[in-house]
Design a protein around this ligand. Structure first.
Ligand code: FCB
Length: 465
């Protein structure tokens, strides 16, 4: 049996399991300044020459802002019972604080209503990287005021949509916000400073805690945090490689989860990073402890690690796994890593409810043949990772849902439109959507495993048609 034909477990998924796809505002919406919205840091970054491949921007993207009804109908046709999306802060509060833009709220209210009409559960992410430009001008996440700005914005959304959105996420991937935006500089706002990164990370933790407290005060009960996790495996059993693996694990996997669940930064990280910012980073642990109601896990790959004094900042380098399957992002395809990271969360943080809020793969898709796109590597990726998720569930992980990244091919940040993650192809010349074989397989699987269409008398085929 090959990876593409391996049968997926149809039973044994928990009752009420969510079968969704995920997107984010700047990556799909387009029309970034429409209806009174303010610019975001991604709008500015993408319009800065040399920042994004081929000069691509999110000006049009998937034109979802104007096609959301059509896209919700597509989700319904795929049989999804859930959809994760993010809200663009600068559509709601164009200057980042203060005046609320009703037309921005109206867009998301209408989207949510359409989803609910189709029996699709919305999962709303408050922050997926598109900080209002006006706030960046005031220091952005480096500002001590940023947690308060975020909590005020969150309150507006909780009040506007709290009666119809059940599942909320404060931040998407705070590690990537801090490192991509302020350490490596490949994401907006494009800074490169270790000291600033440590401060930003601290403010993101405070922002999460502040939004959580605000949500509690507003009676919101399901508030999560979405983190990118990547299990780390030593390249050899040498003490040096084992220590390097632990450092990289602290850096990527524990930097945010330890504070929110355990109230303190990982000790093996404090020495490395917080030397850059000694005072605040060791401030009262309780201020950081803010256990979310669920963890959103964004899983794409793993790392094999060796000690490397030249690596910055953690002296622990990722070893390329030649000969193993890789995606177009140069990420190794490693489904077992998903099982491992889910069971790791269960053991370390006391078995919190978990949604897989992102999982997927970029591959160069073949041209359509007879209206079909045979994206076999993505089909294999989807199947094997769902198997891995199911194994974790059977090992005791409190898994509540799976959101494939992504519904549509979209704007992949500094890679522009060159990397395609969609279950649905987007032809960016005319905005036509075409469901790939991976989307067809997902639909068949959802039918079989008990999604929204479980009561329909459908033939139980996992083939793409
Ligand atoms: C994640 C991001 C998401 C997307 C995927 C490929 O880190 O959250 O927006 O870019 O990677």
């Amino acid at each position: 049996m090959t990876e593409t034909t391996v049968a997926l477990p149809a039973d044994g998924w928990p009752p009420g399991f969510l079968w969704g796809t995920a997107t984010s505002a700047y990556q799909i919406e387009g029309s970034p300044l429409a209806d009174g919205a303010g610019p975001s840091i991604w709008h500015r970054f993408a319009h800065t020459p040399g920042r994004v491949l081929n000069g691509d921007t999110g000006d049009v993207a998937c034109d979802h802002y104007r096609r959301s009804d059509e896209d919700v109908a597509l989700m319904a046709a795929l049989g999804l019972n859930a959809y994760r999306f993010s809200v663009a802060w600068a559509r709601i509060i164009p200057e980042g604080t203060g005046r609320v833009n009703q037309r921005g709220l109206d867009f998301y209210r209408r989207l949510v209503d359409r989803l609910l009409e189709h029996g699709i559960e919305p999962m709303l992410t408050l922050y997926h990287w598109d900080l209002p430009e006006a706030l960046d001008a005031r220091g952005g996440w480096s500002s001590d005021a940023s947690p308060g700005w975020f909590a005020d914005y969150a309150r507006i959304l909780f009040r506007a949509l709290g009666d119809r959105v059940r599942l909320w996420i404060t931040l998407n991937e705070p590690w990537v916000v801090a490192t991509g935006g302020y350490l490596f500089g490949d994401l907006a706002p494009g800074h490169r400073s270790l000291g600033e990164t440590a401060i930003v990370a601290h403010h993101l933790l405070r922002a999460h805690a502040a939004a959580l407290a605000t949500g509690r005060a507003e009676g919101i009960r399901h508030i999560g945090l979405a983190v990118n996790l990547e299990p780390q495996y030593p390249a050899s059993p040498s003490p040096e490689d084992l220590a390097a693996t632990a450092r990289r694990d602290a850096f990527i996997n524990r930097w945010f989860l330890d504070p929110v669940f355990l109230g303190a930064y990982p000790t093996d990280l404090v020495d490395i990073l917080c030397a850059a910012w000694p005072v605040r980073s060791q401030s009262t642990p309780d201020a950081l402890r803010a256990p979310p109601d669920f963890i959103g896990v964004n899983y794409y790959s793993r790392s094999v690690v060796r000690n490397d004094p030249k690596d910055w900042p953690v002296k622990a380098a990722r070893v390329r796994q030649d000969g193993r399957p890789q995606t177009e992002m140069d990420w190794e395809v490693y489904p077992q890593g998903l099982t491992d990271i889910l069971t790791w969360i269960e053991g370390r943080y006391g078995n919190p409810p978990i949604y897989i809020t992102e999982n997927g793969a970029a591959f160069a898709d073949p041209l359509p043949v007879g209206g079909r796109i045979h994206d076999r590597p993505r089909v294999a990726y989807l199947r094997t990772h769902l198997m891995a998720a199911s194994r974790a569930f059977h090992q005791g992980v409190d898994l509540r849902g799976y959101f494939a990244w992504s519904l549509l091919d979209n704007f992949e940040w500094s890679h522009g439109f060159s990397k395609r993650f969609g279950l649905v192809q987007v032809d960016f010349t005319n905005q036509r959507r075409l469901v790939k074989d991976s989307g067809r397989v997902y639909r068949a699987l959802i039918r079989r495993c008990g999604g929204r269409t479980r009561d329909q008398d459908e033939p139980h085929s996992e083939q793409p048609d």
